[in-house]
Design a protein around this ligand. Structure first.
Ligand code: GLN
Length: 283
């Protein structure tokens, strides 16, 4: 019963969050790829490729799987990217790279768009243009079950770990605490479960996934310390033609519930996994 309630609440929250976010750009008639089509060399008159840059280390938004929605890349963002490409008569392809390289790849024309659970920030807006938001998240703390950390200020003298270049790093910097940064989310969780650090600061949905996959750790939220963050798709500065297409697709997918149902589907997998892991432990 508890699980059913949680799933219902989650679905509702997803729909509410997504419909609350503003959207409004109008679709345009034509589309030109900034670079991916050239790289792919698919100028055959058949559907061309819309190349999305991502960092497939961020479940449930993007990760490598046996079978994914785009090649072997799976996750909420991958499902959204596929739909955006298809709605515009193109095929989505993925260029997987380090998170820190994504915006540069966009500026270089190596990828057409970036979809990577990327929070829209003023700093990033100086380098690229962002779509309307498609997902609302927040930073949370992951601690071991016996931790005495109850709020962000309790991290003061603790060993804090973040992922390099994520907004979690910026949040900890803003709090003025020292920390260690790792390249991958999975590495931060290993540090925590091995007792080498006290707390990991990372995005909420990704935290849910890690907690479902690892026994003995839990999420601690502090909405007073960590503001809501909105994820957007980035394009090269000034590429309004592609941005309008992406915004039109996002608007449609928000209104018809596609994004909410994609998110609910992936989050449900996480909750079911957590439920069965808990049952195994309690036996
Ligand atoms: N939302 C965080 C950020 O934008 C983390 C994104 C990610 O790791 N893919 O920095």
């Amino acid at each position: 019963m508890k699980l059913v309630k949680k799933l219902a609440a989650l679905g509702l929250a997803a729909v509410m969050t997504l419909s609350m976010a503003a959207c409004g750009s109008k679709p345009t008639e034509t589309f030109e790829s900034t670079g991916g089509a050239e790289i792919e060399g698919t100028d055959t008159g058949v559907s061309s490729s819309l190349v999305f840059g991502t960092n497939a280390e961020f479940p449930p938004f993007e990760y490598v799987a046996g079978t994914g929605v785009i090649d072997n890349f799976d996750g909420i963002d991958m499902a959204i990217a596929k739909q955006i490409a298809e709605e515009n008569g193109m095929t989505a392809s993925i260029n997987n790279m380090e998170f820190d390289s994504l915006l540069l790849a966009l500026q270089n024309g190596q990828v057409d768009a970036v979809i990577a659970g990327m929070t829209i920030t003023d700093e990033r807006k100086e380098a690229v243009d962002f779509s309307e938001p498609y997902y609302t998240a927040t930073q949370v703390m992951i601690v071991r079950d016996d931790s005495d950390i109850k709020k962000a200020s309790d991290m003061k003298d603790k060993k804090i770990v973040v992922v390099q270049g994520y907004t979690g790093e910026t949040c900890v910097q803003d709090l003025g605490y020292s920390y260690e940064a790792f390249k991958k989310g999975s590495e931060t969780i290993l540090e925590l479960t091995n007792g080498k650090c006290d707390v990991v600061v990372i995005d909420s949905a990704t935290a849910e996934k890690y907690v479902a996959d690892n026994q003995g750790i839990k999420i601690v939220e502090d909405p007073d310390a960590f503001a809501a963050e909105e994820y957007g798709i980035a394009v090269k500065k000034g590429n309004t033609e592609l941005l309008d297409k992406i915004n039109a697709s996002i608007k449609k997918m928000k209104e018809d519930g596609t994004i909410a149902s994609i998110s609910a589907q992936y989050m449900m997998q996480i909750l079911l996994r957590k439920k069965s892991a808990d049952q195994r432990v309690n036996k």
